[in-house]
Design a protein around this ligand. Structure first.
Ligand SMILES: [Zn+2]
Ligand SMILES: [Zn+2]
Length: 308
């Protein structure tokens, strides 16, 4: 019994985690590969049933994370506080002006399913709806397969929910890992995070090439999510994918470029840079440093003024 429940736990964990990595992240947020709507929904639902809340909300905020990495406009930059980066941002009530799906996620706002799950842009309602659906599912599972299976499924789903939150912090702590690319931000590759998140922990690679469906680039950087996408391509479920290899030339700045945000976005936090600089730790890159190479597809950066 214990062995079969352990196997069930691992299966539930992998299914929900793949829903986030292959569905929410690499497909919705980055559109790094193309598949049909049925496959998209299957992966997205697997993530949704891992307590990951509104898919549109997730993807929109993640796009902002790439666009504004390490600045005050980044939804979860650990340099401004571990608690806020871990869970504080998650508990806010609604989209800030620079995070509106109407401007950041035009490819999703008309999808009826994503629209419904976003609960009119009210984050608390969206999280409550997600919790309600998740707990209801486990209730049904308890009736059909017994409480042990439902408990194992719930445990796996709750653990999966914590993983992207953990990654947001750990993979932006420079001392926690290493960089393959000088991305001029705090992103690092962390092996144990990659193990727990099916390859998402190769986060410096990902910040260097956010549009790539493949995150693990070296032989030692195992990327199960990439293996899943590649398998789907082989059997015809994926029609196109963006694949980067370790030999792909990285065109990002080798030397950080100092920039000042002069965004025309209304919530550009007027005193943000000054405040951020006062908080900057010596071992970190200055907050006003942004890499300019993370632009891809849906990742439009604010206008930047380069300091000479
Ligand atoms: Zn990041
Ligand atoms: Zn990403």
């Amino acid at each position: 019994m214990l062995i079969s429940l352990s196997i069930a736990f691992v299966c539930f964990y992998v299914v929900h985690m793949a829903g986030i990595t292959v569905g929410y992240h690499r497909l919705l947020a980055h559109r790094s590969y193309k598949t049909n709507k049925a496959i998209e929904y299957i992966f997205v639902m697997a993530g949704y049933l891992g307590f990951s809340s509104s898919p549109m909300w997730w993807a929109t905020l993640h796009r902002a994370h790439h666009r504004y990495t390490d600045t005050r406009l980044d939804p979860h930059a650990p340099r401004f506080g571990i608690w806020e980066a871990y869970i504080g941002w998650f508990l806010h009530k609604s989209y800030a002006e620079h995070l509106k799906p109407e401007t950041c996620s035009k490819d999703m706002i008309n999808d009826p399913l994503y629209k419904f799950l976003d609960a009119g842009g009210n984050w608390h309602k969206a999280h409550l709806l997600n919790s309600f659906i998740n707990f209801s599912l486990r209730g049904v599972m308890a009736l059909v397969w017994g409480w042990e299976v439902a408990a194992v499924s719930l445990l796996a789903a709750l653990l999966v929910q914590q993983m992207p939150l953990l990654l947001n912090v750990v993979c932006h702590l420079p001392r926690a890992g290493y960089q393959n690319f000088n991305t001029a931000d705090t992103s690092v590759n962390v092996g144990w995070v990659a193990f727990l998140t099916l390859g998402e922990g190769w986060h410096n690679n990902h910040h260097a090439f956010p549009g790539s469906a493949r995150h693990g680039l070296k032989a030692s950087e195992i990327d199960p999510s990439w293996i899943i996408i590649r398998f789907m391509k082989a059997i015809g479920l994926v029609s196109w994918m963006n694949e980067i290899t370790i030999n792909t030339k990285y065109k990002g700045p080798h030397k950080p470029v100092e920039v000042e945000i002069v965004s025309d976005l209304p919530t550009a936090v007027p005193a943000g840079l000054a405040a951020a600089q006062s908080l900057a730790k010596p071992e970190l890159t200055p907050v006003a440093v942004l890499s300019q190479h993370t632009r891809s597809g849906n990742h439009r950066r604010p206008r930047l003024k380069i300091k000479q």
